[in-house]
Write a protein that binds this ligand. Structure first.
Ligand code: ATP
Ligand code: MG
Length: 415
């Protein structure tokens, strides 16, 4: 894409009403737009990143046999009354509305109820199980606090997956497969080293749930990490009994602030019982389906990447989620740069081409702020030597690559 045609612009001004680093950087660099407190729109650069994050999650969900669907945001009161989750005293984040005829509707903050009811139409026999169903869908939550930029918002896309199993063992297998997929997802989006599967309170059907917590000063949670074993637990469950139960030693634990990027939960029959989701086993006996739920917020993941990987110059996107792979900067050498742009794009290399007539200093500073992994600099000197400077955003290292080999370099050499 030609940057001259991008309608967003980089701003030097730090937005005054934003306290979080992710919102400040993402707004300045033109990735997001604040509509109101806790409500952000995604602009072209931001949407590209969000979609990359979604793409990684989708690949991993499909790889474990997840079937993608899309449930509605609008929710029926009667359904949620069956599980006792319509009452605002039970679920305090509801957005609700009343139609002219008096019908009350809610905007879904999660989807256990509709997905469980849906499955009663399709699951009858043991032959219909196990199954995994997931979606990327807009949730609405009337969150109290909204100071964490895109990490805690009132309208956001969630990836929510639900598992349906016949036995405890089968549930444990599904749970383990989703857990492993989550670890791969956080690794692929650049958060692998800083993210811990963390024991948290479990509810009625299992002792613990697991949260995927990324260590960050911007986090709202506190966790205790045993760095030697890589195990962690949330402060909210931290008692001597729990430590003994998990075989963790108090002396080995280090307290850290962290961001909950994902969360996996055993539901047992919490929803299948009240909503009548049952199956007939091999002996013709009716049994409740055992469920689990597994969430990740792609927007929160994106905000966490900005919080944890950016530097004093701006954002540093990992290649897997960067809006573009290459930022081509023409320093007044548009004819040659045009040719290189054609070459890169026709080789399938996603390139943002800064073809604007602004100073070199401005181009460098803005490119560092936007955070595309590779800057390809085409200046007068470059052309004389027949080589482009290729600067890696993450560590500032520079390689000189022959102009004729550039697209090959990005296709093969850099991977
Ligand atoms: P938190 O404790 O941070 O409020 P939660 O326990 O309510 O999170 P879940 O209901 O399990 O979160 O949601 C699954 C995932 O959705 C979370 O792990 C997080 O990545 C994301 N998420 C939850 N609430 C928000 C929000 N308000 N804004 C953005 N993403 C969110
Ligand atoms: Mg919450």
């Amino acid at each position: 894409m030609r940057q001259s045609q991008l309608f967003t612009r980089v701003s030097r001004q730090v937005p005054k009403d934003e306290v979080s680093k992710n919102a400040q950087l993402l707004i300045r660099a033109g990735f997001i737009h604040k509509e109101m407190a806790g409500v952000y729109s995604f602009l072209p650069l931001g949407l590209r990143v969000l979609n990359k994050v979604i793409g990684v999650i989708r690949e991993e969900m499909d790889a474990i046999g997840g079937q993608e669907l899309s449930l509605t945001a609008l929710q029926e009161k009667a359904l949620w009354e069956k599980t006792d989750r319509w009452d605002d005293r039970k679920v305090d984040v509801w957005f609700k509305t009343v139609l002219k005829n008096g019908t009350e509707l809610g905007l879904g903050s999660t989807h256990e109820e509709p997905v469980t009811r849906l499955m009663t139409q399709y699951v009858n026999s043991y032959r219909d199980l196990p199954l995994l169903a997931y979606q990327f869908q807009t949730k609405f939550r009337n969150e109290m606090r909204a100071k964490s930029g895109i990490m805690r918002v009132r309208e956001f896309i969630m990836k929510d997956l639900y598992s349906f199993a016949r036995t405890e063992e089968e549930h444990a297998e599904l749970y383990a497969s989703v857990r492993a997929a989550y670890l791969r997802i956080f690794e692929r989006v650049g958060l692998g080293k800083s993210t811990y599967a963390t024991f948290a309170s479990g509810g009625i059907f299992s002792k613990y749930s697991e949260e995927f917590q990324t260590v960050s000063e911007a986090g709202e949670d506190l966790i205790y990490v045993d760095e030697a074993s890589g195990r962690a637990l949330n402060k909210e469950v931290f008692t001597d009994e729990v430590l003994a139960d998990l075989g963790m030693k108090r002396e080995a634990l280090v307290e850290k602030k962290s961001i909950e990027v994902g969360n996996i939960f055993t539901l047992g029959t919490r929803f299948s019982d009240p909503l009548g989701l049952k199956f007939r086993d091999e002996h013709g006996e009716e049994r409740p389906v055992l469920m689990g739920c597994y969430g990740i917020g792609p927007g929160r993941v994106m905000g966490t990447i900005v919080e944890t990987l950016s530097d004093e110059k701006g954002i540093v996107w990992p290649e897997s989620v960067a809006p573009f792979r290459v930022h081509l900067l023409s320093l007044g050498q548009d004819k040659e740069a045009d040719r290189i742009y054609q070459d890169l794009t026709s080789s399938g290399i996603e390139t943002l081409y800064d073809d604007r007539t602004v100073s070199a200093g401005e181009k460098f500073a803005e490119s560092d702020l936007i955070g595309i992994p590779y800057q390809v600099i085409i200046g007068k000197k470059t052309l004389e030597s027949g080589e482009a400077e290729v600067k890696r955003r993450s560590d500032g290292s520079v390689d000189k690559i022959s102009l004729v080999d550039l697209s090959e370099h990005f296709r093969v050499v850099v991977g």
